[in-house]
Ligand binder design. Structure first.
Ligand SMILES: [Zn+2]
Length: 184
């Protein structure tokens, strides 16, 4: 009986996921000319302290998370083991970076984003392959058009009277300069 219930849950969840992704994605009207790199575990304020939400689990776990999310969406997720999972199709808009959704491909690293959680070697290599392929495929995406979310969204929030950058991802542990150099 339990197996039947679990199977039913699985089937329902897969159907829900697919229906919602399609409903929330619209085909792009603009040229794709940028990549935006993210990490999942962004900061928030709790009892006057900045905390990071953390990113446990693998790429499939987070794909389901994004596909069930009412607002957010993403094209690719790269986890700590180097597994790359696609969610929203590249020719559709994903809601991942304010003001940049129409023109960019969004990639989430499964990472706490707190500056302590290091991007693994496998994750780095998988991201490198993925971004390299996208640069080859879209002539308007040059190496200089690979952005961190923190580069393009300057919003802040208040925590214990301090202004904290809201979008810090993919975080200080991600060596962006080295990554960009390695793509040249
Ligand atoms: Zn982000």
């Amino acid at each position: 009986m339990l197996k039947v219930v679990l199977l039913l849950c699985y089937i329902l969840s897969v159907q829900t996921v697919e229906a919602k992704t399609n409903a929330n994605s619209k085909v792009r009207n603009s040229l794709i000319d940028a990549i935006v790199l993210h990490s999942i575990g962004g900061p928030y304020c709790e009892n006057g302290e900045v905390r990071y939400s953390g990113a446990p689990g693998d790429a499939n776990r987070w794909r389901i998370f994004f596909e069930r999310h009412k607002v957010l969406g993403i094209h690719y997720i790269v986890d700590r083991k180097g597994l790359v999972v696609s969610s929203i199709a590249e020719n559709a808009v994903a809601n991942h970076a304010l003001g940049w959704n129409e023109r960019s491909v969004g990639i989430e690293l499964v990472n706490d984003g707190d500056g302590n959680d290091r991007v693994t070697r496998r994750q780095w290599l998988a991201l490198h392959r993925l971004v390299g392929r996208l640069i080859k495929r879209y002539s308007a995406i040059t190496v200089d058009r690979v952005f961190r979310h923190s580069d393009i969204d300057k919003r802040t929030f208040k925590c214990a009277g301090k202004e904290i950058k809201q979008k810090q991802d993919p975080g200080l542990s991600f060596d962006y300069e080295r990554f960009v150099e390695s793509l040249r």
